[in-house]
Design a protein around this ligand. Structure first.
Ligand SMILES: Nc1ncnc2c1ncn2[C@@H]1O[C@H](COP(=O)(O)OP(=O)(O)OP(=O)(O)O)[C@@H](O)[C@H]1O
Ligand SMILES: [Mg+2]
Length: 395
């Protein structure tokens, strides 16, 4: 058994390296959740690595239409089709009407001549259409038994709601299930990917944000690191003399500190002062602001005599504003940025604003939990500022 890349940005991180070959993976979801994009991207990227790939479809829409749609994505490469590394195999409706034996025979005839490493069948339910419960189950058993002999990575797409998926025979036959979903949020669609099972390998469960862009499917893994085994006893200066005295020497290194208060009480200043104190001591820092643009932060800091540009040029400081990035990639961005500047200190300014950027069913506390734990685990001292409506307001 070999581990091969999924070909999707961010997905290999969640499934600890990629898919196993041979195995059968079901990509399930309702209409328009990105199943075709997912498998096509996987095939085209594998083909770039010299894998031979086969795309089987039984859709009534002609293959030329799917091809045309896929050609808008950057992963699409017509020369791979010409070279024969990606082969399209349409299954005729007459064969589907003849039933499971005829379908399997036709697919296997193509497998014998193409000898693919990776196969996508999009969508698999069409073959079992119109069959009653028992006949459908029997079809999937037969189909699955033959797939095991193909010695390839088989990606099936299936149009299923989560409830239908649990009831379907397919769900316990396949080696892995990835469930795609799509929820409207104001004028946008928020897409999620959930690994339901992946036999024989570790994976990160739960909902992962994802998106479809011209580069295809993009998965934004949540940060995941084991809990700390030891806590540093070291103190880090707050950058404010009086506060250092009050706290017995500053914040604990690697802790998460929440600074809460109403508007104009100086939360951003306390946070920035902490970052500047670090820079003076050669400890790189990151400022992520949900309230102000980097330009504004730089200007405001000048009033205190802090020249942040100087440290940005020295690559010791990075200032990012929430207006500049996809909120669903916050976790990825934090990880990348702290690695880039080797940050020891971080300021999240105005975290409460984050709630307005997230769908209502995703509470900010759950969303931030992974990020907070990740930073603690890296011994990065982080300040979170939070605006409350009055001084004694909830924090
Ligand atoms: N460049 C792009 N940027 C953003 N979204 C895109 C882009 N291209 C396609 N999409 C989105 O991708 C989705 C289509 O994905 P796809 O056809 O792979 O879904 P599917 O699950 O296979 O659908 P079906 O059930 O119709 O087979 C659409 O919602 C479309 O809006
Ligand atoms: Mg489709």
């Amino acid at each position: 058994m070999k581990q091969v890349t999924s070909g999707l940005n961010g997905l290999d991180k969640i499934i600890e390296g990629g898919f196993l070959r041979p195995s059968v993976i079901l990509i399930a979801g309702t209409a328009g959740t990105g199943k075709t994009t997912f498998v096509m991207q996987s095939l085209f990227n594998a083909a770039k690595n010299e894998e031979v790939c086969m795309y089987i479809t039984a859709l009534s829409e002609p293959i030329a239409m799917i091809n045309n749609f896929m050609s808008k994505f950057s992963f699409y490469n017509i020369s791979l089709l010409g070279k024969g590394n990606v082969k399209y195999v349409p299954i005729d409706i007459d064969i589907i009407h003849k039933g499971s034996d005829a379908i399997i025979k036709e697919i296997e005839r193509n497998i014998e001549s193409i000898k693919p490493d990776r196969i996508a069948i999009d969508p698999v339910n069409v073959f079992a259409y119109g069959l009653d419960g028992d006949a459908q189950r029997q079809f999937y058993y037969d189909f699955f038994a033959s797939m095991k002999g193909w010695n390839s990575l088989v990606l099936l797409t299936g149009e299923f709601t989560e409830k239908e998926l649990i009831k379907s025979a397919l769900s316990y036959l396949v080696d892995g299930i990835i469930y795609l979903s799509n929820e409207p949020f104001y004028e946008n669609n928020i897409r999620y990917l959930n690994i339901i099972k992946m036999r024989g390998q570790e994976f990160q469960g739960g909902m992962h944000s994802c998106g479809i862009t011209k580069d295809g499917f993009m998965v934004f893994p949540r940060l995941h690191k084991p809990a700390r085994t030891s806590i540093l006893k070291e103190r880090v200066s707050t950058g404010i003399k009086g506060l250092d005295k009050m706290t017995g020497g500053g914040y604990n290194r690697g802790s998460a500190v929440l600074i809460s208060g109403s508007s104009g009480t100086g939360k951003t200043v306390i946070g920035t002062q902490f970052i500047v104190d670090g820079l003076l001591k050669k400890e790189p820092g990151v400022i992520i602001s949900f309230e102000e643009e980097p330009l504004q932060i730089r200007e405001n800091s000048k009033m205190f005599g802090w020249n942040l540009d100087e440290y940005e040029n020295k690559k010791m400081l990075k200032i990012i504003s929430a207006f500049e990035f996809d909120i669903h990639n916050l976790a990825g961005l934090v990880e990348e940025t702290i690695r880039e500047v080797k940050a020891k200190r971080l300021l999240f300014d105005g975290v409460a604003k984050l709630q307005h950027m997230l769908p209502q069913y995703m509470p900010i506390a759950n969303y931030m939990e992974n990020i907070v734990n990740f930073l603690k685990n890296q011994n990065i001292t982080a300040i979170y500022t939070n605006e409350t409506s009055n001084l004694t307001g909830g924090c």
